[in-house]
Write a protein that binds this ligand. Structure first.
Ligand SMILES: Nc1ncnc2c1ncn2[C@@H]1O[C@H](COP(=O)(O)OP(=O)(O)OP(=O)(O)O)[C@@H](O)[C@H]1O
Ligand SMILES: [Mg+2]
Length: 503
């Protein structure tokens, strides 16, 4: 007797439909799995056998062959257990086959017959909906997450026995409800906690408004890390679709499947490898830049990261995705993220006057900084230690994150309207041509830029960067025309400033 059941395996941050086929025929009792299973899938045989027997069901004393199709793709992990178990039951006529029509199943089994949660339930549900399934059976813990894919009946069930009850229509199951509510952290850090630092806050606001990459340079203890952690609080909240993308990636990476209503903020330690940053491995897993998709990737102590790790970021930062080739397949991990970086002006970190670093040490430090990554950074801002009065007294308190966020959201709306029809969503995403089209200067502003370029202060790339930034500064004011003041402010954030800070 032959039966087949549909299930899904993870491939990058997507799910791939896999058909499990089981053939039961007379012969010496044996159970083999073919279709490029890894060790966890092969061990599935033992879990399935024990789970069925412990649920008072029969495990056929015959020759069983299971195939996982498409047979040329490697299958990894325990999430095929449930489909295998149900397929064995169907092939041994313990479950009516017609009840499995248009139904996909996904879950890990325990020896007792309980169904265990899996990673990537939302990715599975979205793929099941795309493939035209009407019903998806998942572990009960994964049900609220899977139900975020509407248009699909999601049943969250806790054991094999319970699943049989539903398939035999002995006891109905209620379709799971999506959990759109995720508790928002009440104590999210607020920009008002940072005293002084008006310039750095302004740079952070511009970066957020235009989706520009930002580098903060300053002595230790001046509040760089503190400022960086407040960036997600002033970014526009994610749209529903963006939240789905963020949730899906978190779930595939095993970080839980709660609906994400905040943008991610990833701050990997500087000892991270290139693979940890951009993803990879024999069964490719998303890296930090993918976990930061639609949010912020914060590289604190930028100069301490290994050169190879930083080099690996070049292409994803440019393209917004990471492509990883494994065997015959290519996986694409999304990586649209804002880069935020912080570093000290020199190895000792003290301001120019008190710096004791030897010139050669400083030069070495800078060599690590300059290079491929700095090319991708639009704004550089100097963060100096706040004056005593601002730090101690009450004068240093500024606006709350909420107030800044309102301006950022308004500026983004202008950009969205202007960029409608182009692939860019914000000024930071404009390519050279789009920049020239949408950031046109007039009168004095042109003259200012010509003067700076003439004086050798700007390269071609630097020129585009200044235009994009000036565009964002004007957008924050709700102005269509870019004035000379906007250009001046943008010029203040140029890259050369890294060197000057340490000079
Ligand atoms: N401007 C500020 N307003 C209020 N508190 C501050 C400010 N600057 C620093 N602090 C306090 O000092 C602590 C350290 O600051 P932070 O970690 O942001 O420094 P940093 O610039 O990242 O230093 P490093 O270069 O050593 O990483 C903060 O957690 C905060 O308590
Ligand atoms: Mg720090």
């Amino acid at each position: 007797m032959l039966a087949s059941v549909a299930t899904f395996g993870l491939a990058g941050v997507d799910a791939l439909e896999v058909t499990v086929e089981v053939d039961v025929r007379r012969g010496l009792p044996a159970f083999s799995i073919v279709g490029l299973p890894d060790a966890a899938v092969r061990e599935s045989r033992e879990r399935v056998r024990a789970a069925l027997l412990n649920s008072s069901l029969d495990f056929p004393q015959s020759r069983l062959t299971a195939n996982l199709a498409p047979a040329w793709v490697r299958k990894a992990g325990p999430s095929f257990d449930l489909a295998l178990a149900i397929c064995v039951l169907a092939a041994s006529e313990q479950v009516p086959l017609e009840r499995l029509e248009s139904t996909a199943v996904c879950g890990e089994l325990s020896l007792s017959g309980a169904v265990r949660p899996v990673r990537g339930a939302l990715a599975v549900a979205l793929a099941a909906r795309r493939a035209g399934f009407a019903r998806l059976i998942v572990p009960v813990e994964n049900a609220p997450e899977a139900a975020l894919a509407d248009g699909l009946e999601v049943l969250g069930l806790s054991s094999i026995e319970r699943i049989l009850d539903v398939l035999h229509e002995r006891r109905p199951a209620e379709a799971a409800q999506a959990s759109h509510v995720d508790e928002v952290a009440a104590d999210a850090p607020d920009l008002a906690d940072v005293r002084g630092q008006a310039d750095a806050k302004r740079a952070l606001e511009i970066a957020a408004a235009g989706g520009h990459n930002l580098l903060m340079v300053g002595p230790p203890g001046s509040g760089k890390t503190m400022l960086a952690r407040r960036l997600p609080g002033i970014l526009p909240p994610p749209s529903f679709d963006e939240s789905l993308e963020i949730t899906r990636i978190r779930s595939v990476a095993g970080l839980g499947g709660r609906f994400a209503r905040e943008r991610p903020f990833r701050a990997p330690h500087h000892t991270i490898s290139a693979q940890g940053l951009v993803g990879g491995g024999s069964h490719p897993r998303p890296g930090e830049i993918t976990l930061a998709h639609r949010g912020v990737l914060f590289l604190d102590e930028l100069a301490e990261f290994s050169r190879s790790a930083l080099e690996a970021l070049r292409q994803p930062l440019e393209d917004g995705f990471v492509a990883i080739i494994r065997g015959q397949r290519s996986l694409v991990f999304p990586a649209r993220t804002m880069l935020l970086a912080a570093c000290n002006p020199c190895p000792c970190g003290r301001a120019a006057t008190e710096c004791e670093c030897a010139a050669v040490e400083r030069a070495r430090y800078h060599r690590r900084l300059s290079g491929p990554l700095l090319d991708r950074i639009d704004l550089v801002c100097q963060v100096s230690s706040p004056p005593a009065l601002q730090l101690v007294g009450e004068t240093g308190l500024g606006e709350s994150s909420g107030a800044v966020r309102e301006r950022v959201v308004a500026a983004r709306e202008h950009q969205l309207r202007r960029l409608a029809g182009s692939p860019a969503l914000c000024n930071g995403g404009m390519d050279g041509r789009t920049t020239r089209r949408h950031a046109t200067l007039r009168g004095e502003a042109v003259k200012r830029l010509v003067d700076v370029v003439d004086a050798g202060g700007l390269t071609g790339r630097g020129h585009d960067r200044v235009l994009r930034l000036a565009r964002t500064v004007a957008d924050l004011e709700g102005r269509d025309e870019i004035l000379i003041g906007d250009v001046d402010e943008a010029l203040g954030y140029r890259l050369g400033a890294v060197g000057e800070a340490a000079a």
